[in-house]
Design a protein around this ligand. Structure first.
Ligand SMILES: Nc1nc2c(ncn2[C@@H]2O[C@H](COP(=O)(O)OP(=O)(O)OP(=O)(O)O)[C@@H](O)[C@H]2O)c(=O)[nH]1
Ligand SMILES: [Mg+2]
Ligand SMILES: [Zn+2]
Length: 337
């Protein structure tokens, strides 16, 4: 569908209308929620987007009830984690009329490579990998770039370690040690044995996190392991959407028992960041920072040049060669088509 481009003036108008609505909603907060306006809609109120099923948006009210909502067109694509204003419109239904400003937004390229919003207001990305399916190394790096670019923290979870013997675990430790060295939390977990779930719970507490990673690494299984009452929620969802229980066809938000929210996302086979400026890769390679501007040539491509500070760091063992290779691969993918 062609995306309408708004002028600055239109954007400002929309912003003002939304602000007025927000204020009206605050003023009216003393009124009954079932009071209807001229269009047959109930009182404007805040809500949280739980999932976006294309035509249907699941919005949770402040009382925790789910409503299947339509969205006013000018609001664009809304995603789970979005804070909105909405009006009830009959039993379990409603209309979303305004979007609160987003603290952060994670997008994923669609089939044509254009970024498509996936989840909003995140605090951290949990990159899940596993011995099965096999991991493409640069996959992790692409997520670290994505999170750094939107100003969100990230950590790594190696799931399914019940499939590994001691030597296997040591191998994975060694393979991913780089990430620990450059400052990321690296956890080993198994939803089968519950190994590693406690430190994961600790880290998720009080924040909004999203599980990302290849299809089949166990993201939904982690959700199930961390949310004992999940079956109830899934049933509520299938009632609300009429779509059955395929919870990971779209990103979906869950409230954690200890506080905080956890979003399950549909797995991907490949992951590319789309056609953005290669310069924005830098924040995802924190360990390169001390060498910025240190190469002999200011336009150094860090591939073959003499006096390249990054290549020298790799040679000394201060930078992992695999990370530099990832950097080059992501840079190639990012070049505008
Ligand atoms: N051995 C083992 N298998 C696991 C573990 N966690 C999940 N699995 C299995 O891995 C398979 C995929 O798990 P899911 O949780 O559906 O994976 P997912 O990441 O949500 O996959 P998508 O929804 O396609 O992205 C299932 O057969 C799970 O039973 C684990 O800790 N150990
Ligand atoms: Mg899943
Ligand atoms: Zn260089």
């Amino acid at each position: 569908m062609a995306r309408r481009h708004l002028s600055e003036r239109q954007r400002e108008q929309i912003r003002q209308t939304q602000e007025q609505r927000r204020q009206r909603a605050t003023e009216r907060s003393g009124r009954q929620a079932d009071e209807l306006d001229d269009a047959g809609l109930g009182v404007e109120q805040p809500g949280l987007v739980i999932a976006n099923y294309g035509p249907a948006l699941i919005v949770e009210s402040s009382q925790g009830a789910w409503h299947r909502c339509a969205v006013r067109q000018h609001l664009g694509t809304l995603v789970c984690g979005d804070r909105v204003l909405w009006q009830p419109a009959g039993a379990g239904e409603g209309v979303v009329i305004a979007l609160e400003e987003r603290r952060s937004l994670l997008s994923r390229p669609d089939y044509s490579g254009r970024p498509r919003p996936m989840a909003a207001n995140l605090d951290q990305l949990v990159v899940v990998v596993a011995p099965q399916p096999p991991l493409q190394d640069y996959f992790i790096d692409s997520y670290l770039v994505a999170s750094a670019t939107i100003g969100v923290e990230s950590l790594l979870v190696v799931n399914k370690i019940d499939l590994l013997d001691t030597a296997g675990v040591a191998e994975w430790e060694a393979r991913l040690a780089t990430y620990r060295r450059i400052g990321y939390l690296l956890l080993f977990a198994s939803t089968r044995t519950a190994h590693g779930l406690d430190p994961l719970r600790d880290r998720l507490k009080g924040r909004t996190s999203i599980l990302v990673g290849q299809s089949g690494v166990g993201k939904s299984s982690l959700i199930k392991a961390l949310l004992p009452d999940l079956e109830i929620r899934i049933q509520a969802l299938s009632v609300a959407t009429g779509l059955g229980t395929h919870a990971t066809s779209t990103a979906m938000l869950y409230h954690l028992p200890d506080g905080g929210d956890l979003i399950d996302s549909p797995g991907v086979r490949g992951f590319t960041l789309g056609t953005l400026d290669p310069a924005v890769l830098e924040p995802g390679f924190v360990e390169f920072a001390p060498y910025r501007g240190q190469c002999r040539f200011s336009d150094c491509s860090h591939t073959v040049e003499p006096g390249c500070a990054l290549l020298a760091a790799v040679k000394r063992g201060d930078i992992d060669l695999r990370r530099l290779q990832s950097y080059h691969q992501l840079k190639r993918e990012r070049r505008p088509a």
